[in-house]
Design a protein around this ligand. Structure first.
Ligand code: UT7
Length: 324
C-alpha cells in the first residue's frame, strides 16, 4: 500500500507579553526606524518567566488537534523542532507527549535551527510514506529570548518566542495532481558555515547554555541563495513552475529576504504570508505560525498549492510543497 500525508489541522501559540521596538529602544542603543527598515520587525512575543518551550508547544499542539478534530491518543508520533529545548535531555517532545496524555507511539526532537519545521515535516512525511506512522503531530516551538545576548543589538532585536503545530494524517495513494497532501520535502545542510550562526555554549563544549552569535550579512547572502535553490528543486520535483504556486509561506527572518523570494517566484506580496512584523524571527516556529495564520483567516483555501522554505544555522535549509 502507498501512503502520502495530508495536513488536517493547524494550531499556534504566542506568549502574552509583546515587546515593541520602542520598548527595546529603552534598554539598548537601537531605534524603531533601524529595526523596521532593515528587517520589517515591529514587535515580538516573549515568554513569561517559567513558561517553557514545552508549554508553548503543548498549547499549539492542542489547538492543532482540536482544529483537526483528532485526539492525542489517536497520534502515533510527535516530531518537535526546536533549538531551545526545555532541558539538554530528554527531548522536549516527550514532555509534550506526557502533557497531552499520549501514552503510546514515539516522540522525539529535531534540531535544525530555523529550518527545523521543514526538517520535522520532512521526517514526519517520510514516516507516513514508509507506512511507519498514520497520525503525526509536527511542532515548531522556541523560546529564543532565553539564548539571546540582550547587550548585542545586532541579534537581540531580531528574534521572538512562539510555537506552531500541524497534524498530519496518512491517506492512501501517492498523490495524483489534484490530491491534497504533502507533495514534496527537500532538506539540505552545509556544516562548513558553523561560525556564521551558532550558540556559543552547550553541554559538551562549555557546560552552559550560551548565547546566539550571528554574522548577519553572511547569513543574509546565503539565505537568499540557498532558499532560491531549495525552491528550484521543489518546483522541479513536482513538475511545477512558479505560476503553479498559490501561496508562499516562508521562514520569517527578515522582510527583505521574504520579498526577494517572492520576486524570484514572481508572486505578488498578497500571495505571501508575512508575520515577521509582529512575531520577529521565531526560528522553527515561524512557518507553522504563518501557516496557521493563513489557514485560520481564510486566505489559504483547500486545494491551494503552498510552498514553504527556510534557512538556518548549520547552515541548514529546505523546502516543502503541500496542496492544502
Ligand atoms: O533565521 C536564520 C536566518 N537569519 C537571517 O536570515 C538573518 C539574516 N541577516 C539579516 O537579516 C541582516 O543582516 C540583519 C538584519 C541581521 C542586519 O542588517 P544589515 O543591513 O546586514 O546590517 P549590518 O549588520 O550590516 O549593520 C549595519 C549597521 C552597523 O553599523 P555601522 O558599522 O555601519 O556603523 C551596525 O552596528 O547597523 C548597526 N546595527 C544597528 N543599529 C541600530 C546593528 N544592529 C543594530 C540595531 N540598531 N539593532
Amino acid at each position: 500500500m502507498v501512503f502520502r500525508s495530508r495536513i488536517v489541522g493547524c494550531g499556534h501559540y504566542l506568549p502574552q507579553r509583546v515587546v515593541t521596538n520602542a520598548d527595546l529602544e529603552k534598554i539598548i542603543d537601537t531605534s524603531d526606524e533601524w529595526i523596521r527598515k532593515r528587517t520589517g520587525i515591529q514587535a515580538r512575543h516573549i515568554a513569561a518567566e517559567g513558561e517553557l518551550t514545552s508549554d508553548l508547544a503543548r498549547s499549539a499542539a492542542q489547538e492543532a488537534l482540536k482544529n483537526a478534530g483528532r485526539k492525542a491518543e489517536d497520534l502515533d508520533l510527535i516530531v518537535l523542532a526546536t533549538s531551545t529545548p526545555d532541558e539538554t535531555f530528554p527531548a522536549t517532545a516527550t514532555r509534550v507527549q506526557a502533557q497531552l496524555g499520549m501514552t503510546s507511539g514515539a516522540a522525539f526532537d529535531v534540531q535544525a535551527v530555523c529550518s527545523g519545521f521543514v526538517y520535522a515535516l520532512s521526517v514526519a512525511d517520510n514516516f507516513v510514506k514508509a507506512g511507519a506512522a498514520r497520525k503525526v503531530l509536527v511542532i515548531g516551538a522556541e523560546t529564543y529570548s532565553r539564548i539571546l545576548d540582550w547587550q548585542d543589538r545586532g541579534t537581540c532585536v531580531l528574534f521572538g518566542d512562539g510555537a506552531g503545530a500541524v497534524v498530519l494524517e496518512a491517506e492512501e495513494g501517492s498523490g495524483a495532481n489534484s490530491d491534497r497532501g504533502i507533495l514534496s520535502t527537500h532538506i539540505f545542510s552545509d556544516g562548513r558555515h558553523h561560525d556564521a550562526l551558532y550558540v556559543d555554549g552547550g553541554p559538551s563544549s562549555t557546560q552552559s547554555t550560551g548565547h546566539l552569535r550571528m554574522q548577519g550579512q553572511e547569513v543574509f547572502r546565503h539565505a537568499v541563495n540557498n532558499m532560491a535553490q531549495a525552491i528550484d528543486v521543489a518546483l522541479e520535483a513536482n513538475d511545477m513552475t512558479p505560476g503553479d504556486v498559490d501561496w508562499l509561506v516562508p521562514h520569517q527572518a527578515n522582510s527583505r529576504i521574504i520579498e526577494a523570494m517572492a520576486r524570484k517566484l514572481n508572486l505578488p506580496m498578497d500571495q505571501v504570508i508575512m508575520t515577521v512584523q509582529k512575531h520577529a524571527n521565531t526560528s522553527s516556529a515561524s512557518i507553522p505560525l504563518a501557516l496557521y495564520e493563513g489557514v485560520n483567516d481564510g486566505r489559504i483555501k483547500e486545494g491551494q498549492v503552498t510552498l514553504m522554505e527556510a534557512m538556518g544555522g548549520g547552515f541548514t535549509w529546505g523546502s516543502a510543497i503541500a496542496r492544502l
